[in-house]
Design a protein around this ligand. Structure first.
Ligand code: NDP
Length: 453
């Protein structure tokens, strides 16, 4: 398994891919580890998670550089990502006990009825490269603390991150095999999902990958949580604070090289402010520093893989052929590495790729709408339903619109973000199930009713 630096095209390191026999052995070890791990008091599991947070903070520069080398994330954003992982560890170290308190139910006099929360066993996580630490900690911090054991199949282009994450748990003092990274190609995933020793699976990534894992899990009656793509609308109403809407919107589209499921992708702007918004939006985005992701000054690095950049450019070209107008960018940069410039498209015709598909890179589409009703219609005109953002100075109006948008979360006067304290996940083709918060930690547990007469 070869890690290649997308900023230079140079090989970072080559790792030996694990075989089917290695996987079989890993599953045996996960099963043994589970027996011991589930029996540990929850308080001890919380303390180990707290230690994992400390390990992350102590080594944040090193982990950030591993990410930047393997997938091109600008270094300052990589450091923030490690800090956010530590925050998720702190959060569950502090709150897991409260989240997992038995719940008492009304019951006939003389009997006690409650729900207790018990772990189910090894859980497989198939994870993507775009937030190579965060996506994994979002899985591991709650589910492993709840008493499950974790098996990670990370994306093939970030093997160094996969190994580094395994090391975080080791250094924090976790028992061996409570968290294992499997360096395997995706064609071994089906067998793992089918295996009796694995009790559930979660995947963050594309629709086809999610469907494949969910189909096999369904055949085997195993639960899945899927966090798939998004084409999040960013609605700017006539009474929005334009300074804030422009600055936040530009960043919401371009941070992480635009490679985020919850990035603002379709900008739906009221006609009363459209021209003003567009001018300032283009100017703001044009001011970003695109370049070496190891440079602290860089805002936008390369795309994570050359193939992804090619696919992104195809989406832009097809949309332009269909009639879209390029207000900024639009051609791969004439330099070494997978660099695509921040791009803005307007007059985007209905049905073209930039209108209907997930655009996983720094390409914004801007639409003009004549009123609130049309704004909601455009916001909902997508197969996806992950997040949405609405901008208005009238908080009640914002909340009213939030209720009309079909998405897993709507943020008013804020960009969409994941936060350990609140549930995260989508509807429609963005997937199902929720991660984070109390809801997330309970996804892979046996919610057992205990009735004592
Ligand atoms: P994939 O969905 O292909 O990869 C994500 C993870 O799934 C990787 O670990 C991958 O392994 C694995 N995987 C891929 N196919 C299968 C399969 N059939 N069965 C089991 N596991 C599988 O994403 P890509 O990297 O190819 O990116 C393509 C597009 O997916 C992006 O342009 C974007 O639209 C979307 N995406 C969405 C993300 C999100 O955050 N929701 C994150 C990443 C991508 P391997 O690397 O070995 O193929």
């Amino acid at each position: 398994m070869e890690a290649v630096n997308p900023a230079t095209g140079e090989e970072v390191e080559t790792y030996e891919t694990q075989t089917e026999e290695d996987v079989d052995d890993a599953l045996d070890r996960a099963t043994d580890a589970f027996d011991e791990w589930r029996a540990r008091p929850l308080r001890e599991r919380e303390e180990l998670l707290e230690a994992a947070g400390d390990v992350l903070r102590e080594n944040k520069r090193e982990y950030a550089e591993t990410m930047t080398r393997e997938m091109g994330k600008p270094i300052t954003q990589a450091v923030s990502e490690v800090e956010k992982c530590a925050w998720a560890c702190d959060h569950y170290a502090e709150h897991a006990s409260a989240y997992l308190q038995p719940e008492h139910h009304p019951s006939p006099s003389g009997s006690t009825v409650k729900t207790v929360y018990e772990p189910i066993g090894p859980v497989l996580a198939v994870m993507p490269w775009n937030f190579p630490f965060w996506q994994v900690f979002r899985f591991a911090a709650p589910y492993v603390t709840a008493g499950n054991v974790g098996l990670l199949k990370h994306a093939s282009n970030v093997p160094g991150c996969a190994k580094a994450i395994e090391d975080v748990f080791r250094e924090a003092g976790y028992p061996e095999d409570v968290f294992q990274s499997l360096l395997i190609p995706s064609d071994l995933v089906d067998d793992i999902v089918e295996d009796d020793r694995v009790r559930a699976a979660t995947l963050t990534g594309s629709g086809p990958a999610g469907r494949a894992v969910a189909a096999t899990a369904g055949e085997n009656l195993k639960k899945t949580v899927l966090e798939l793509g998004g084409s999040d609308p960013y609605v700017v109403l006539d009474d929005a604070d334009l300074d804030a809407a422009v600055e936040t919107g530009a960043w919401a589209r371009n941070q992480n090289g635009g490679q985020s499921c919850i990035a603002a992708k379709r900008f739906v702007v009221h006609e009363a402010v459209y021209d003003d918004f567009l001018d300032r939006f283009v100017e703001e985005i044009d001011s970003y520093v695109v370049g070496d992701p190891m440079d602290e000054e860089t805002d936008v690095g390369p795309q994570a893989k050359p193939s992804l950049m090619d696919e992104l450019h195809e989406q832009v070209e097809e949309s332009v052929e269909a009639g879209a107008n390029v207000a900024l960018g639009g051609e791969p940069m004439d330099r070494e590495g997978a660099f695509y410039p921040p791009t803005v498209l307007t007059d985007v015709p209905e049905g073209c790729p930039a209108d209907t598909e997930e655009v996983f890179g720094p390409v914004a589409t801007v639409y003009e709408v004549s009123d609130e009703e049309e704004a909601v219609e455009k916001a909902n005109d997508t197969q996806f339903g992950l997040g949405a953002s609405v901008w208005t100075e009238d908080r009640e109006r914002g909340e009213r619109l939030a209720r009309q948008i079909n998405a897993g979360c709507v943020y008013v006067n804020q960009l969409v973000k994941s936060d350990p304290r609140v549930p995260f996940g989508g509807v429609k083709e963005s997937g199902y199930g929720r991660e984070l918060s109390e809801v997330g930690i309970k996804e892979f547990l046996n919610e057992k009713t205990v009735w004592v007469e």
